[in-house]
Write a protein that binds this ligand. Structure first.
Ligand code: MG
Length: 218
């Protein structure tokens, strides 16, 4: 099964662009020594980076410091340009959780050289995606708590009320700057607590009782 096709209920989506927001929680920006941004910081992952729960997490051989970043992920159902913030949520088909896996050593090198982050953020299995909850099942996406456990130890706890750029702003900004299409995914940023993973680690993402997803590190 290819993770590039996602299903929500009876609907099927071909994954298009994978947008990721960096530094969207102040405590995470601070833990990496980064300033808070004045507009959303956006980077992209290739679709070849995406895995679902049927695949183990493979670490790239060129990094010795691959970090988990647990994030709320949006699936765009209806695309558009210049989407107003007040209409933004109606463009979201589903919500899930994912890991923005990051080769931190490679990212630091790229930052120091002023290079793009692609090698640090785009390797196969750098984007994990859970099964998805239809948008109708989420009463208010800006009031969600999500967690990441590694080997059953709590590592990250996200509260979407703490996003620096709320979901409506992100959708509006992405639609204005790049355009959004049905099937695009949006990784909305990670809370604090990022850390390295190692072979055999077991990662468990959860959104209350509504959703849980698991990956093992190969
Ligand atoms: Mg991230």
């Amino acid at each position: 099964m290819s993770a590039v096709q996602l299903t929500v209920g009876q609907q099927s989506f071909t994954v298009g662009n994978i947008f990721c927001i960096g530094r969207n929680y102040a405590a995470h920006a601070a833990e990496l020594g980064n300033a808070v941004e004045s507009e959303p910081l956006v980077f992209l992952k290739p679709t070849s980076a995406l895995i679902d729960e049927s695949s183990p997490l493979q670490l790239p051989d060129y990094s010795s410091d691959v970090h988990h970043e647990c994030e709320l992920v949006l699936l765009i159902g209806e695309g558009g340009r210049d989407i107003a913030a007040e209409h933004a949520l109606s463009h979201i088909a589903a919500y899930g959780l994912g890991l923005d896996m990051t080769a931190r050593d490679i990212q630091s090198l790229a930052k120091s050289k002023g290079h793009p982050w692609t090698k640090a953020k785009g390797f196969p299995s750098a984007a994990t995606i859970s099964h998805l909850l239809p948008a109708a099942d989420i009463a208010d996406p800006q009031q969600l708590h999500f967690q990441l456990h590694v080997n059953e130890e709590l590592r990250q706890h996200g509260d979407t009320r703490l996003m620096l750029f709320p979901i409506t702003t992100i959708i509006s900004y992405l639609s204005r700057t790049y355009g959004l299409q049905r099937g695009d995914l949006v990784y909305t940023g990670t809370p604090e607590g990022v850390a390295a993973v190692k072979s055999q680690d077991r990662l468990r993402l959860s959104l209350g009782e509504q959703l849980s997803a698991h990956w093992s590190v190969a």
